[in-house]
Every structure is written in C-alpha cells, then in structure tokens.
Design a protein around this ligand. Sequence first.
Ligand SMILES: *[C@@H]1O[C@H](CO)[C@@H](O)[C@H](O)[C@H]1NC(C)=O
Ligand SMILES: *[C@@H]1O[C@H](CO)[C@@H](O)[C@H](O)[C@H]1NC(C)=O
Length: 306
Amino acid sequence: MRVGTSFLALLALLPLLLFLPFSSAQSRALDAILQDCAFKAFFRPKTGVSYDGKVPKTLTGIKVAAMRLRSGSLRTRGVERYKEFQIPIGVVEQPYVERLVLVYHNLGNWSENFYPLPGYSYLAPVLGLMSYSGANLSASDLPELYLRASDRPILIKFPHVKPAPQGSVPKCVYFDLHGAVQFDVLLHGNVCSTVQQGHFSIVVESNAPTPAPASAAAAGFNKRGGRKKYKVWIIVACLIGGCFLLILLSLFVAKVRSAKQGMKIQQLEWAAESNEPLQMASIGGTKAPLAIGTRTRPTIENDYIP
Ligand SMILES: *[C@@H]1O[C@H](CO)[C@@H](O)[C@H](O)[C@H]1NC(C)=O
Ligand SMILES: *[C@@H]1O[C@H](CO)[C@@H](O)[C@H](O)[C@H]1NC(C)=O
C-alpha cells in the first residue's frame, strides 16, 4: 500500500512538474529563433566584428547580435569587448569547430517572461552568450557548442542597473542551457563572472523592503509584484488540480476494491445457496469443487424394453 500512496502523491505532483520546465522549453525555443535572427545579420562577415540582427516584430524589445571567429583566435586572443561581455584568452568550445559564431542576446523588457524567477526582481535585463558552429551561416536549428573558460572567467559588465532596494543585496544569476539556476556574488562595478555560456542578470530578493512608491523604480517593482501574484495563482491552480487528481484516483481505487469485495460476497452467497457442500479436489496444485457422478439417477418412466 505504501508504494501505492507514494505513486499517487507523485501523480498529484505531475501538473506542477509539468509546469516548472515550461519556461525552460520556452527560452530554448527563443534561443533557436534568436540564432536564426543573428545569423541573418551576416553578409560577408568580417571575423571579430559584431553585427546586430533584427528580431521579429512580436519580440520587439529583444536585441541580438552575432560575431564570427576562428576558434584558434578565440582561444589565444579572446574578445576584449563584445557588447557587455569580456572574453579572456583560454576559452575553448566543445565539440571543436574551425569557425564559430558567438550570438549575443539582450532580452530587455522580455527578461521576466522568458526567465521568470519567483521571489526575485530583476535589476538588469537578462543577457545571453551562446555559441554555434560557423561552418554554414544559412543553417538554422543548430545545436549549441559548449564554451568553457579555462584560464580566467568571462566577465559581464552591466551598464544600466536599477538601484537595489535598501537592505537588499543584489546578486548575479546564471541560467544554464538546461534551465538550472545559480546565484553568485556581484563583483564591484556591476560585474558578473562565468566560466560557461548561458544567460545572466542581476537580481534582488523581492521580499526586501521596497522604496517609496513615488519613485520610478518602485512603480516597476509593483508591476512585478502583480506578475508574481499571477504566477502564484498558477502554482495554486496546479496544486488544486493535483489534489483533485489524487481524490479522483483514490475514488477509483476504492471503487475497484469494493467491486472486488462485492464479487467475493456473491461467490460466498452462491456457495451458501447450493446447500450441499461440494467436495474439493486438487487439480494441478489448485483446489476446485468437484461433484462425483450425478446425484439423482434418471429413471425411465415407462418401462419400455424392446
Ligand atoms: C517591450 O517593449 C516593446 C516596445 O519597446 C513592446 O512592443 C513589447 O510588447 C514589450 N514587451 C513586453 C513583454 O512587455
Ligand atoms: C547550409 O544549411 C542550409 C539550411 O539548412 C542547407 O540548405 C545548405 O545545404 C547548407 N550548406 C552546406 C554547405 O552545408
């Protein structure tokens, strides 16, 4: 029975589990769209030069750029400045390609939509650094290459950071390609560091005291609070759905049980009705009722002897 209950509990959690990776899948889809937009920015690209791409109208507010590099040049020289990113020497990609393209994302006012982080507020837009093979610049749906900084970390300097509410400590946040979230200390000068590619921003815990509602920053926070409430409602809805599913399943299990019991009772009644206990016989390891011969012999009514 213990196995049964934990299985049911797992089933009840299913809607929640389905809900959580949803935003990750959404941001992966965005990565693919932005890769396509960034590659379209190339027209006879020079290596080591950043080209700004165009995003579809439905994603207005997001910025994207692309830079093509020789893998050897990335490793031995790095990129001193690529938008907010500073790439030191010693960065290698995996698997190896001769030429690669670094794609830059600035999610702007879409940051929270694609990287929702309950309990936190963004102080800066989510920035992304991705890398793809540069072998075919008209290719789409390319798999990402894995970048790794082996010598010094890649630095991200955020130029426009909203002031943190009093008493709260801003943190760097890092999202990897699988949707995992990590927090890190914010370095002096609004700088975050990483040894991998992914998406980055600066956040504060949003239960910290907010400044006076008159300031523009506070207005932003209030709007976020509204969205957070909406998210909380979704989670609550999922929980209720889970409970409902659990109740439904328990009812089903109970019904199956009572049906089985009903069958047993019927069998007993049937056995009781046939007033004469049947002899039991063993047939190949199972016991079965056995009737020996016929109980009332048939008699011929008219003695007719030919
Ligand atoms: C972001 O801002 C642009 C205008 O600059 C707007 O068209 C877009 O709908 C906004 N996106 C979100 C998610 O608010
Ligand atoms: C590049 O990719 C496009 C689109 O996937 C494809 O049609 C084309 O054949 C590819 N070119 C090369 C040289 O592989």
